[in-house]
Ligand binder design. Structure first.
Ligand code: CTP
Length: 265
């Protein structure tokens, strides 16, 4: 999954015209809500407890000691989420899968490689968290067999790579919440029919919010900007226009804060 749209034209819609037409947003949130910003930490159970694990980047599933199945996620959106949460006084564990960015100040960073490693780290950090945000692109499958030595081309034609399914971390945590009242957020990366797929994912995974964004060969995973529509399990729909990933992150935290028990409106 990834987090960008191709143009820097800020007048373009949140999702491109390849998507089905968007209904008018029912809850368009501005990106810098100062009251929520100030009381975000107070809304959580304890200002000293970890408030949220945020996963970022993309997992890599090894084929042999030098090769892997991976994706193009840069981790920038997850890092923006971590930075903006810390600015609000939250305590964040950033579970970073193969991200080449420097550690953000004030954030505990746990570096992972595979989906299984990410699952372990996120579940551990989620145990006493108020919110869980899954911005990472997690590989759905991994090779069944990992060669101990580098696969050599002179050893004959390669056998087909057999894949096995990875756990769905977001669905697992949503279906068996470590703490009551936790707000769980997923990110849906879609190349087409984004809102339809996003709605299906929201229902299938059972999270509270699904941030739907379009990705593709020309839609940069490395971009500093992004656009999205956030779908809520309560039927809400929040359009976030194209802009810096920090702005998108701020809207996501506003939506999370509004759903935390201590801040319910
Ligand atoms: N996710 C997860 N574990 C997986 C796959 C995805 O936790 N094995 C999470 C991602 O972190 C993201 C959300 O599920 O928050 C949606 O991920 P996405 O890649 O868009 O969708 P998939 O569930 O992988 O479905 P598909 O690849 O068919 O689009």
């Amino acid at each position: 999954m990834g987090f960008s749209v191709p143009s820097v034209d800020s007048s373009q819609p949140a999702l491109s015209s390849t998507s089905k037409a968007l209904p008018s947003p029912t809850a368009l949130t501005t990106s810098r809500s100062q009251p929520l910003r100030r009381c975000f930490a107070r809304a959580c159970s304890s200002t000293s407890a970890p408030v949220s694990p945020v996963s970022a980047g993309g997992t890599r599933e090894p084929l042999d000691p030098v090769r892997f199945l991976g994706n193009r996620s840069s981790g920038k959106q997850g890092y923006a989420l971590a930075r903006t949460a810390v600015q609000r006084g939250a305590s964040v564990t950033l579970v970073a899968a193969n991200v080449a960015l420097p550690d953000p100040a004030g954030v505990k960073v746990v570096r992972v490689g595979t989906a299984e490693e990410l699952r372990t780290a996120v579940r551990e950090a989620a145990a006493d968290a108020d919110a869980v945000v899954m911005a990472a692109a997690v590989a759905d499958f991994r090779p069944r067999h990992v060669a101990v030595q580098k696969i050599k081309k002179d050893a004959g034609d390669p056998a087909p790579v057999e894949l096995v399914r990875n756990p769905d971390v977001l669905a697992e945590i949503s279906g068996d919440r470590p703490r009551a009242g936790q707000v769980i957020v997923g990110f849906a990366a879609e190349t087409h029919d984004a809102l339809d797929h996003g709605r299906e994912k929201l229902a299938a995974k059972g999270c509270d919010l699904m941030v739907v964004n379009e990705v593709g060969a020309t839609q940069g995973f490395e971009s500093a900007d992004n656009a999205a529509v956030v779908l809520g399990a309560d039927g809400s729909q929040t359009r976030i226009p194209y802009g810096p990933k920090e702005s998108l992150a701020d809207v996501v935290w506003d939506l999370v804060a509004a759903r935390l028990p201590g801040l319910a409106r």
